[in-house]
Design a protein. Structure first.
Length: 165
């Protein structure tokens, strides 16, 4: 699995994109309370779907969906693009808050791999213009199963993407 691009829209106070350029490290830096941990927390939330029956240290540090939207009566979304097995995948999470309740919708899409531009703005345009096939994944359980089917193991990602301390 290789991360390609992440778009944040009003989740944990994050707005904007992160471009993961192949062969170049990504450095996230900034002043205290600027959102660095929020980026890691959202990546963990999206890439490591939580199952209710699993408990343990890593799960205790995991975001709860009612923490994702900071203001009442708002919406937000996250798109995570990654390459795996010759294809590009898009995870889409949509959150909506009505009072204290936060609803969540997640979907997984697939497209044939192509050469992606290195430029942030150009890359965003290319991935949004691809033909996406909806993989019919709507529950957390099905989401986890589909990730394993394409060779991505959430338990391994849980170790590799450590929670901020």
């Amino acid at each position: 699995m290789r991360l390609v691009l992440v778009n944040f829209d009003n989740v944990l106070g994050l707005n904007g994109s992160l471009n993961f350029v192949e062969g170049k490290p990504l450095l996230i830096y900034g002043e205290n309370v600027s959102g660095k941990s929020n980026i890691i927390n959202m990546l963990r939330y999206c890439l490591i779907p939580k199952l209710r029956e699993k408990k343990g240290y890593a799960e205790e540090k995991r975001l709860k969906k009612n923490e994702i939207l900071l203001k009442k009566n708002t919406t937000g979304s996250v798109e995570v693009y990654f390459q795996q097995n010759g294809n590009i995948y898009k995870e889409y999470y949509y959150f909506s808050r009505k009072g204290k309740n936060v609803g969540q919708t997640q979907k997984l899409f697939e497209s044939k791999q192509m050469e992606l531009p290195l430029d942030d703005e150009e890359r965003s345009k290319v991935v949004s213009s691809l033909q996406w096939k909806d993989l019919g994944v709507s529950s957390v359980k099905l989401f986890r199963e589909k990730l394993v089917d394409i060779g991505i193991y959430p338990e391994v990602l849980d170790i590799l993407i450590l929670p901020p301390t």
